[in-house]
Write a protein that binds this ligand. Sequence first.
Ligand code: PLP
Length: 365
Amino acid sequence: MPRPIQATIHHEALRHNIARVRASAPDARVWGVVKANAYGHGIERVFDAMRAVDGFALLDLQEAERVRALGWRGPILLLEGVFEPRDLELCSRLGLWHSVHCDEQIDMLAAHKTQVPHRVFLKLNSGMNRLGFAPQRYRAAWARLDALPQVEEISLMTHFSDADGPRGIAHQLRVFNEITLDLPGERSLGNSAAALRHAADPAVRGDWIRPGIAVYGSAPDYPEHDSAHWDLRPTMTLASRLLAVQALRAGDTVGYGSSFTATGPIRIGVVACGYADGYPRHCTTGTPVLVEGVRTQLIGRVSMDMVAVDLTPVPQAGFGSEVTLWGRAGNGALLSIDEVAHSAGTLGYELMCALAPRVPVVVAD
Ligand SMILES: *Cc1c(COP(=O)(O)O)cnc(C)c1O
């Protein structure tokens, strides 16, 4: 028998979340962001449930090939554009739209021989200072692209650094609107946080929103808001079982480094899940976990293959009991991946993406 750990991808939740983000910007089209192998879910595993999007956005050309291989004929956008000249051949062959964020990418396009002119998303650096043309250089880049026979259509794109926080997006939106004011072309500005928090403004919605994390059921602005606040459902469950039970007395310690010491008698369960499965090693005593759908806490350090949990609230639990590390328990109880991530000082994004290859994954409706 394999180790009892398993991840489940929930199609019903993916469908619900897509409908939910679409409702936040009803007149915009939706890029389903499936970079990083659909945030660790697996592109092939989410594809059927995500067909309701208008296009798929990703980074990796191999991932684009996988989406085409699944039979998707609609738009696919390379969010970082091409990395070298021959990538443009694949764009021509597979009909990929690509971001253009620097002069080198325009040089490559100018040298590219193609029968099929490309659709590009010209990226403005409106303040994030990651990718994109500086405001004073943006219009020159637009004019250069516009003059190329290799380019059929130019869309306008930017990305917000603080859509999830107190600084907000107004300063970047002002730059984007000023620079693009009279330029033709479709516009794409917002990720999940912008779509959920700021899309009441039609200028933020633009023509395409680019939600990633919200599709996967995480609140983009946790802990200010949780997934229940945004009516998002978990799309990934990580579950395992108890391998062993230990009865401790006062003074007994648990795990490597003896970071937990029992102050009195306590039953603990040992779970078949550790950091080699993608469970964050930074989680400490107190991190929430569900045993048989009952909320309890982690105890001691996370080791490579195991972690210990407090069985005090679930005295009936024993060998083989169900443990939910995040997601949905058999009894319907939920444990947000955001809450677990927060306990490890990170984000739901990182936990999803870090699900280890050794964990078997199943798809459920
Ligand atoms: C990853 C990414 C997104 C999606 O962001 P979320 O916060 O997951 O919604 C949108 N746009 C770009 C350019 C990205 O790289």
